[in-house]
Design a protein around this ligand. Structure first.
Ligand code: GLU
Length: 430
């Protein structure tokens, strides 16, 4: 079982989508199911409706999952397991007031040390705990031995107990923290591979320590993906438009191009342009670079053009608001001049707009009148008729004629355009 575990706390960014895509690919390669787990236990940070938005995007990208589960539905299990850990003396109630902890954290900061819980409540006996009426959190007792694990991209890791720390597993409201809920759910879901961003590397030993304390001995394979840096070389912020999947789609990047780009990023692939289905055949985490990848919008634009070329004509026309292979064929003639669907659409819409221009004003009006309500099999037939009826020649014929047919004075070869538009002359010549 694999899982993609988004938090409904913000827009889906390309880093999240990349994790979802890799989960999809590896679940297909291993022939294991993929589950979507909405990590909604951080009630303060949850944003209403975000989970629906995330699921819609996953559907748009055809991420194949077998089930959606909500972490908050498992809270009774998180609490039961926390109680079991307390009974086994592997977790303890901590009454330390927030202001005292704050002071200790500040002290550590001043001393330029990482703050670690000092164990103040760890040695309270059962009676002292029972007699204390104050609110409490539950902390996990840090392990006594180092935790090792192997990451599929970065290799071996070893963390000592101090780094793992006696961290909080249930908050004052008895809601689980991320590390605890995640460790328990990965166990309950029988997860075999965890793929996520490398910002979670330091969480992994904590999650393993929880499962060790439960005597759960299944080894989970970990794959932590290097982060994606912005073009400036700095970490992409969630506020950077380019990092938002929604924004990229609104800008007219194709699902297939975004997918292609995110698989290619920081990876060695046998070719540059491919579909996610093809990637299932060749993808291997061994080819993913250990260092951060850099987002390059120009590369994405190039891939987008290539993927637009690969679209079948009907599909391409639908993306432009039409449903006709001829419009798709017409659009393909303009693909080299447009990076995105958003740039391609006005080029096609121009054909259907009223044809008005100061340049060649009279010639344009004359040609519109001559060609109105007529049909011609080939562009040559149309041209000969226009020439003989108008008496126009050379530049004075060809420039306004192109304008009347395409809405522009320049563009791809008109003889190639004509077969695509000849069924629409009535809507074009106006
Ligand atoms: N909810 C976490 C996130 O969105 C998931 C991390 C994980 O996959 O364990 O970053």
């Amino acid at each position: 079982m694999l899982r993609f575990a988004p938090s409904p706390t913000g827009d889906m960014h390309i880093g999240n989508l990349r994790v979802a895509i890799f989960n999809h690919i590896i679940s297909k390669q291993r022939n294991e199911k993929l589950i979507i787990r909405i990590e909604d236990t951080d009630r303060e940070r949850n944003i209403d409706g975000k989970e629906r938005e995330i699921l819609e995007l996953l559907n748009k990208f055809k991420i194949d999952y077998s089930q959606v589960v909500f972490q908050s539905h498992n809270i009774k299990f998180h609490q039961q397991i926390a109680m079991k850990l307390m009974m086994d003396k592997k977790a303890f109630a901590c009454f330390c007031p927030e202001d005292i902890l704050h002071k200790k954290r500040e002290g550590a900061k001043k001393a330029k040390e990482a703050y670690r819980y000092d164990g103040a409540c760890e040695l309270l006996n059962d009676t002292e705990v029972m007699e204390n009426e104050k609110p409490f959190v539950v902390r996990f007792k840090k392990p006594t031995e180092n935790i090792n694990f192997f990451d599929g991209i970065k290799g071996e890791f070893e963390f000592n107990p101090k780094e793992i720390d006696s961290f909080i597993i249930l908050r004052v409201d008895k809601y689980p923290t991320y590390n605890f809920a995640c460790a328990v759910d990965d166990m309950l879901l029988d997860v075999s591979v965890v793929i996520r961003g490398e910002d979670h590397l330091s969480n992994t030993p904590k999650q393993i320590a929880i499962r060790d304390a439960m005597n759960y001995d299944k080894v989970i394979d970990y794959i932590h993906l290097p982060i994606i840096l912005g073009e400036s070389g700095k970490k992409m912020s969630k506020r950077d438009d380019e990092s938002s999947v929604k924004w990229l789609l609104e800008e007219g990047f194709l699902v297939e191009a975004i997918e292609n780009y995110l698989i290619l990023l920081g990876n060695k692939t046998p070719k540059e342009i491919f579909s996610i289905h093809e990637a299932i055949d060749f993808f291997s985490v061994k080819n993913i670079s250990k260092s951060p990848a850099k987002f390059d919008i120009d590369k994405l634009k190039f891939i987008n053009r290539e993927q637009m070329k690969l679209k079948d004509e009907l599909e391409l026309s639908k993306l432009l608001g039409f449903a006709d292979v001829h419009i798709g064929a017409l659009a393909k003639l303009y693909v080299e001049e447009a990076d995105t669907i958003k740039e391609l659409k006005p080029k096609i819409d121009k054909f259907f707009a009223p044809k008005e221009s100061k340049e060649f004003k009279n010639e344009i009006e004359q040609l519109k009148n001559i060609l109105k309500s007529k049909e011609f099999e080939t562009f040559n037939d149309l041209k000969s008729y226009a020439m003989s009826e108008s008496g126009l020649k050379g530049k004075n014929l060809f420039k306004p004629l192109r304008f009347v047919l395409t809405g522009a004075f320049s563009g791809p070869e008109i003889s190639k355009i004509y077969p695509c538009i000849k069924g629409y002359l009535g809507e074009i010549i106006k």
